[in-house]
Each structure stands twice: as C-alpha cells, then as structure tokens.
Design a protein around this ligand. Structure first.
Ligand code: TXA
Ligand code: MG
Length: 332
C-alpha cells in the first residue's frame, strides 16, 4: 500500500473522511504525539489498528472527539468533578476515563466497562475530527513498544506502506502522551502521568490520587504493564549520584570503537565535554517536547545512548521521568 503524507486542507480532509468511513486508518497530528485513527464504532477498523501496530489485544484505546461533539453520547453518569475538569483542561492533553455507554466497538476498551475519551487541542486534530464527525479510536501512531512519533516522518518510518494516509500537522509541541485520569471513583486517579499534573487536577477537583501498580495485581490501565517507548539502540541509565560511572561507560564504548551519546538536561552538559550530547533542555516542558525526537535521533547516530536522570522530579517532570525510565527499561 502506498502511504500518502499530505498537508491538512479541504482536499486531504475529504479524503480522510472517505477513508475513515471505509474502515481504513488515518494517522493525524495532536498536541502530544501523532495518533493512528479509525472509526471507533467499527469493530473491523479498530481490529486493524491492533494488527497494524502489533499492539497487545488487552491494551484499550482512547476515543478522540472534537470540541462540539456531545460526550454524553458516549459515556454514562459522571461525577461533578469531571465536568469541572473538562471545563478547566479541555481541549488539551488530558484523557478522562468514564463509565461507557457501549456506543463504540467493544474492541476499543478491550471488554472493560469504561471508555477513555480525549478532546485534543491541536487545530489539525480538531479539523480532522470535525471532518469525520465520529468518535475516532486512536493509539499513538508508532509500532507497538517503539518510541511514540512526534513528527509525520516518524509515523512514516514506523507505518509507511501499511496505512493509506498521514495528515501532516507538523511537529507535536507537547511531546509526551496525554495524562490518563480515571474519573469513575470518588476522587480522580491518575493512571498515566502527563502534561496535566496531579497538582493541576487536585486544584480543580479538590483531590487527586496517583495509581501505583502493585506486584501481582491486574493493572487498572493495561498499558501500564508493558515496556514502552524503547529506542532501537543499546542504552544505559544513570541517576544523578553516578555521573562518574556514566563517564567510565562512555569512555569504554569509545575505546571499543563505538559512538556513545549522552542524553541529559542542559545543565549536565559541561560535565560530559568531549562526548556528543543530545540536549533535553532546561524546563520540564522543554524536556517533554524534546524527549521522543531525541530518542529517535539517537537510533540514527549512536551505538550507545547514556541517559542521565534530570534533577527535578515533580509536576510535569513526573510524566517525563515516567517515559524516560520506561524507555531505558528502568522501573517507572
Ligand atoms: O496523547 C495521547 O494520549 C495519544 C494521542 C494519540 O492522543 N494517545 C495515546 O494512546 O497515547 P495509547 O494507546 O498509546 O495510550 C492509551 C493509554 C494506555 O495506557 C491505555 O491502557 C489507557 O490509555 N486506556 C485506554 N482506555 C482505557 C480505559 N478504559 N481504562 C483505563 N485505561 C485506559
Ligand atoms: Mg502508545
């Protein structure tokens, strides 16, 4: 199959609408990462998402809707705090999990009685969702377990030849996937950390928990059980206290004829003088926006990628650290 990579305009949106109606997949830009979309009501189309990505069959998908779409067509009763959160943060990088009305194909939620819904703020995403005017089930548009795509070219590299259309909306400015928030309980519970932080949710909802998977327990969000976001390059990970060991490893790799790169925040850069650095930046938002692009860049140039854990751990950094640790196979 030939994969077309088109800018977003009336002609490409009409084509996208035709494809979605025919049960095909369309990759589209959002403010977090690119999504791989299908009509959420069409079970065959949803099955195609799982097949194309190589995604485990028990990892549910998010339904994406445009801002005028009435969410109550899809979800049952929701607590008062959910309405307040929608008003405060949507459209934006917050996915909310509700009791489902069962209006989308069963495969979307993998048999769970809940449905994750997201209203992306990207204008390109809004244009696409308005054009098709159906709930669009979409995971990130990468091959399962690979780094999530933050440019249309990343999607092409992973899925070129297997999907008919990528709507190019330029680079994603958010850079890590949306916060996933369970809104079925007394207080909201963060299932996946992201740019909308626990503190931000608590300020609006009065309280907010963070779900921690306990050993042996069935995860509330099945995606939590998988190693994710892994770059295809040898990796090593060092906390702040072990910079000297990191340097020793870099030296050993160089001496063995390899090309090691360091992935670290701007401030740590001078310590690694002489070695090429992939600079995550200074602020948490900057690090979120750059992380996946740099992981994919490392695949093209490094024989070993050595990550140095940034110092800040709170707020937006909780989400960045979660992705960074999982990309490097470290307990998140
Ligand atoms: O930013 C994003 O969220 C991107 C863009 C494309 O919107 N999408 C994304 O989708 O990251 P995906 O499939 O890579 O991650 C969806 C996460 C998974 O961890 C999944 O387990 C969780 O959401 N999830 C989906 N439905 C759920 C449900 N009903 N209950 C609990 N967790 C759910
Ligand atoms: Mg994903």
């Amino acid at each position: 199959m030939k994969t077309e990579l088109l800018p977003v305009n009336a002609a490409s949106l009409a084509y996208a609408k035709e494809l979605i109606a025919a049960g095909e997949l369309v990759a589209f830009h959002t403010e977090t990462v690119y999504g791989l979309g299908a009509d959420a009501r069409n079970g065959e189309a949803v099955a195609k998402i799982f097949r194309t990505k190589g995604r485990p069959a028990d990892n549910p998908l998010i339904a994406h809707i445009h801002r005028e779409f009435d969410i109550h067509r899809l979800i049952g009763v929701d607590p008062p705090y959910a309405k307040a959160l929608r008003e405060a943060f949507l459209p934006g990088p917050l996915t909310m999990v509700y009791p489902s009305k069962g209006k989308v194909a069963e495969a979307v939620s993998c048999g769970l009685e809940t449905l994750a819904v997201r209203v992306p703020s990207s204008e390109t995403a809004q244009a696409f969702l308005r054009a098709v005017d159906v709930p669009v089930a979409a995971p990130s548009a990468n091959r399962s377990k690979h780094v999530s795509p933050v440019t249309a070219e990343h999607v092409m590299a992973d899925l070129g030849g297997e999907i008919p259309l990528i709507l190019d909306g330029g680079p994603c400015t958010g850079g890590i996937e949306s916060t996933v928030l369970d809104c079925t309980g007394e207080i909201p519970l963060i299932l996946r950390e992201g740019l909308v932080t626990r503190e931000m949710v608590a300020e609006v909802a009065g309280d907010c928990g963070v779900y921690k998977l306990r050993a042996g327990e069935k995860p509330k969000s099945p995606g939590m059980a998988y190693r994710h976001y892994a770059p295809r390059v040898k990796t090593a990970y060092f906390p702040q206290g072990e910079l000297a060991s990191a340097k020793a490893l870099l030296r050993a790799e160089s001496e063995a004829g390899g090309k090691p790169f360091v992935l670290c925040e701007s401030e740590a850069k001078p310590y690694f003088g002489g070695y090429p650095v992939l600079d995550l930046g200074a602020s948490p938002e900057e690090m979120a926006a750059r992380l996946y692009r740099l992981l994919r860049e490392a695949e093209t140039c490094a024989t070993l990628l050595v990550a140095i854990e940034p110092r800040e751990k709170e707020g937006v950094m909780a989400g960045v650290l979660n992705r960074l640790r999982r990309a490097f196979g470290v307990e998140a």
